[in-house]
Design a protein around this ligand. Structure first.
Ligand SMILES: Nc1nc2c(ncn2[C@@H]2O[C@H](COP(=O)(O)OP(=O)(O)OP(=O)(O)O)[C@@H](O)[C@H]2O)c(=O)[nH]1
Ligand SMILES: [Mg+2]
Length: 462
């Protein structure tokens, strides 16, 4: 049990109408008495109070809610003080708390860690809630929700039941092997273990496939200079994010902007146009662009009529061959220019392997304020670059590297049990170890330092 009382601002540090400071530990009642002037605070009740400093001066009014242990988030005595959300008020309250004996500032995630150590919830719950707070798209929110609140449907419970059944059969085989048909029992055991392994493998691969949803997609604007990459990005954001100009080589660095596009978190990258430049800064920018081509990202190759002249075609062909096997679309920009039709048609003829469905034609100049065009561009990006076949409603509960490791470890133990199935006592040990690994997903055996690593990724006050 922790004898130090921790405190932290649990809401945003900045100007807002209300701020909440959370206190957890044995000194919570003392805080209520000394700082909130509440001698007999009623648990689970919004108690109006005046906040007083060490000199007895009132510095704010607010509400104090007391949760008596063990019926609190952390399982300890908890006090939540709602004050006005001004920076000076917050600083003042934090300073007053720091002057009280046995009170220390909370480390990131320490409230959650104490809650976990007091068996309030399992580890997946806290990871899920943390992901929920960090979610930047609806799909991320959906997965986080399932992790945090979908415990009963989590497939690990079903797997645990199955492993326990396998263990019971193994135990019977060890104790009553004379009375059992060994061959059939062993063959059934093998079948059951293999089936379980396959199921877990499927879930691992399904879970890993949502990494893009969890961490977001990256889409890179790529192309020769002056084709309108930056203009296109500004059109997408409906804001002048990137500088555009008629001079070639305007963008010299990579600039990233994130957007929630139809429920997906996407980071768009504007990059330096590809050309042989004499300017050092631009050369560096082009190097960055080229190194990005090798990444596992999505590309929007942006072309315009002026660039599609004979002397540029080979280098564009070269660029296409480098992204051909990746996810890409081609934007044919500046359709307002009179040469566009002929040049775009010729370009398409030159590249018969690129299906028509990959082209999007636009004039950033003409369509900048055209809401319909904007919507169709977003839909196009979603359909061609972001959409996956994954049904987010499937059994996706796992998204942390920690989860994958636990699941992979279970399979290693099941494999070892299979390899040793004829030596039934050895197999039995590996089945026990598989069970142990399974429980680790919910943090049942985590060592203190491992827990520290997990919870320190959380925010302060959580
Ligand atoms: N006529 C016409 N001009 C456009 C269109 N889109 C962009 N431009 C102009 O083309 C020039 C280049 O546009 P940028 O967006 O800076 O092109 P870029 O590909 O980012 O250029 P770099 O950063 O130099 O590689 C600017 O003068 C834009 O105003 C369009 O649809 N039609
Ligand atoms: Mg640019």
């Amino acid at each position: 049990m922790n004898n130090k009382t921790i405190y932290a601002l649990s809401t945003f540090y900045g100007q807002s109408s209300v701020a909440i400071v959370r206190i957890s530990g044995p000194e919570s009642l003392i805080v209520a008495k000394k700082l909130c002037n509440l001698k007999n605070i009623k648990p689970r009740y919004a108690n109006f109070c005046k906040l007083i400093d060490r000199k007895g001066k009132v510095f704010d009014e607010g509400l104090a809610i007391y949760f008596k242990k063990p019926n609190s988030f952390t399982g300890e005595d908890v006090l939540e003080i709602q004050i006005h959300g001004g920076i000076v008020v917050i600083n003042k309250l934090i300073e007053e708390l720091s002057k009280l004996k046995n009170l220390v500032p909370a480390k990131p995630g320490e409230f959650s860690q104490r809650s976990f150590l007091n068996s309030k919830q399992n580890l997946m719950y806290f990871e899920g809630v943390n992901n929920l707070i960090a979610a930047e798209s609806e799909n991320q929110l959906l997965i986080a929700n399932r992790q945090a609140f979908g415990f009963k449907k989590n497939p690990t419970l079903k797997w645990k039941k199955k492993i326990l059944e396998i263990k019971a059969v193994i135990n019977a085989e060890i104790e009553f092997s004379d009375d059992l048909d060994d061959k059939t029992t062993i063959s059934n055991l093998k079948k059951d273990i293999k089936k379980l392994r396959t199921e877990i493998l499927k879930v691992i691969s399904l879970s890993k496939s949502i990494d893009k949803i969890k961490y977001g997609h990256k889409v890179i604007f790529l192309g020769p200079v002056n084709t309108g990459k930056s203009s296109l990005l500004n059109f997408l954001f409906q804001e002048n994010k990137s500088i555009t100009s008629r001079y070639k080589g305007t963008t010299t660095d990579q600039i990233e902007y994130s957007l929630n596009l139809l429920g997906e978190k996407v980071t768009f990258v504007d990059s330096a146009g590809i050309r042989d430049s004499k300017r050092f800064v631009e050369q560096e920018g082009v190097k960055k662009t080229i190194s990005n081509i090798n990444s596992d990202n999505n590309f929007i190759l942006t072309l315009s009529p002026e660039i599609l002249s004979d002397n540029n075609l080979n280098s564009i062909d070269n660029l296409i061959s480098r992204i051909f096997k990746k996810r890409f679309i081609i934007v044919l920009n500046k359709t307002d220019l009179s040469s566009s039709k002929l040049r775009f048609d010729n370009f398409k003829k030159r590249h018969p392997r690129i299906p028509n469905s990959k082209y999007f034609e636009i004039s950033c100049k003409k369509h900048y304020s055209n809401a319909e065009k904007l919507k169709s561009f977003k839909d196009f990006i979603y359909q061609k670059l972001l959409k996956t076949n994954i049904n987010i409603n499937d059994d996706i509960y796992f998204s942390e590297i920690r989860h994958y490791k636990c699941l992979e470890n279970i399979n290693i133990k099941l494999d070892l049990a299979l390899d040793n199935i004829e030596e039934i006592e050895i197999a039995s040990n590996f089945i026990d170890e598989a069970l142990y690994e399974l429980d680790d997903i919910f943090g049942r055996h985590d060592k203190e330092e491992e827990l520290d690593i997990i919870f320190r990724k959380f925010c302060i006050g959580k």
